[in-house]
Design a protein around this ligand. Structure first.
Ligand code: PLP
Length: 434
């Protein structure tokens, strides 16, 4: 996108150029490179509360929040103190600590379906391990996932989106073999009839149904009424393990995640992001009888040199403790609703079609008419206009995801000042694409 006006980014541009010589694409995770919006990725110098400061000294109200974890804002004092305190006592032992049991007990107390939990270091590890566990527990091989849901970059999940029919997946990335994904079945999100047809055609071989209960990875897409209940019943009927991938929704849409919000009990849950307060922590957990199959109590092998790392556990504990504050989620949800209203109002003022919504403190919008219920409808959004809107927001001090197909978040430190900067920025941004 050569026509992108991308001022105030000289230092970032220089740093990006240097990074590109030594890191593929100049980044350690692809979306950070701004490919779908064009222009120069901002290199961040520091962050505090709701604000990011880049290497050129620009400040932005941050709605990416490290892709979800920073629910308490950046550099939260209690988390910083917990990290420093633990670091002074050693950064990693490779042996058990009391911190791991404390965080496990907190997770179990908060997430309704989790009876036992294993900590890992990334969401990808959590989902990959949960699927291996479902296979080990059921003695079956196949997994059903939904188009537009992202479960990390393990081979089995990198499968071309299918439509509402039973399709054996094709690899979505070179390097993933057809054999690896042959056991991954896909169909459209929110299409219970399609999921039912596939599951019932594979009753003997379906090990797991894995779903983002609220999708954040095609933009924010909510489950239709009855959909999650239907998946629950379908998994029970077919003997498949129901895995809620709550890496994004966990501790985010409610204290107990989407399963608490909608009142559904999955068999296994994957957690990440908020659970580590910005450090690399993720987890999978669930029914005690299933978790008992994990080594060394069972035979399903899964391990990690830095799993349960003491600094990361300390950060996780300091985070979850603060989420217990009275009215924490009610206040956060109210802020997210106000941002959604800001977006709707600015879009209406400038006559731009928008579909905006939130679930708790996850929010998002598509530049198209609704309803958006699956990947096909999400793809109707105008990505060219999104690029212009994105850069106009940047120029006005607001940082949202550099892609139309990502969710946004809000922290407990987004207050009146941040919301008024946001309102002015969206007004200018919708004016720019009207
Ligand atoms: N699952 C979901 C729902 C996610 O949103 C993500 C990452 O965004 C992952 C899994 C993978 O997590 P990680 O990036 O920590 O490997």
């Amino acid at each position: 996108m050569s026509d992108v006006v991308d001022a105030r980014s000289d230092a970032s541009a220089t740093l990006f150029e240097a990074a590109r010589h030594v890191i593929p694409g100049g980044v350690n995770s692809p979306v950070r490179a701004f490919r779908s919006v064009g222009g120069t990725p901002r290199f961040i110098a520091e962050a505090s509360g709701a604000w990011l400061t880049d290497e050129d000294g620009n400040r932005y109200v941050d709605y990416v929040l490290s892709w979800g974890p920073m629910i308490l804002g950046h550099a939260n004092p209690a988390i910083v103190a917990a990290i420093s305190h633990q670091a002074a006592k050693g950064t990693s032992y490779g042996a058990p600590t009391a911190l791991e049991t404390t965080l496990a007990e907190m997770v179990i107390a908060m997430v309704p379906s989790v009876e036992m939990v294993r900590f890992v270091s990334s969401g990808t590890e959590a989902t990959m391990s949960a699927v291996r566990l479902a296979r080990a527990f059921t003695g079956r091989t196949k997994v059903l996932k939904f188009a537009g849901c992202y479960h990390g970059h393990a081979d089995a999940f990198l499968v071309q989106a299918g439509s509402g029919v039973a399709t054996l997946g094709l690899p979505d990335s070179p390097g993933v073999t057809p054999g690896t994904v042959a056991d991954t079945l896909t169909c459209a999100y929110n299409d219970l009839a399609a999921a039912t047809a596939i599951a019932e055609a594979h009753t003997d071989s379906l090990a797991a149904i894995i779903v983002e209960p609220v999708v954040g990875n095609m933009g924010l897409v909510q489950p239709l009424p009855g959909y999650l209940e239907g998946l629950r019943a379908l998994a029970t009927r077919t003997g498949a393990v129901l895995i809620f991938d709550e890496v994004m929704t966990g501790f985010r849409v409610a204290a107990g995640g989407a399963q608490a919000h909608y009142g559904i009990t999955p068999d296994l849950t994957c957690l990440g992001k908020v659970i580590g307060g910005g450090l690399p922590v993720a987890a999978y957990g669930g029914r005690r009888d299933i978790m008992a199959a994990v080594a060394p109590s069972g035979k399903m092998y899964q391990a990690g040199t830095l799993s349960g790392n003491p600094i990361a556990m300390a950060a996780g504990i300091a985070t979850l403790q603060q989420l217990q504050a009275p009215e924490f989620y009610a206040t956060l949800t109210a802020s997210a609703e106000r941002v959604v209203e800001i977006v709707r109002t600015a879009a209406a003022k400038h006559g731009v079609a928008v579909t905006a919504s939130n679930v708790g403190s996850m929010w998002g919008f598509f530049l198209c008419e609704g309803p958006v219920a699956d990947y096909e409808s999400a793809k109707r959004a105008d990505t060219q206009k999104y690029a212009t809107l994105f850069h106009t927001l940047l120029m006005h001090g607001v940082y949202i995801a550099p892609s139309q197909f990502e969710a946004a978040f809000i922290s407990s430190l987004h207050g009146e000042c941040e919301l008024s900067v946001t309102a002015a920025a969206f007004d200018a941004a919708f004016a720019a694409i009207s």
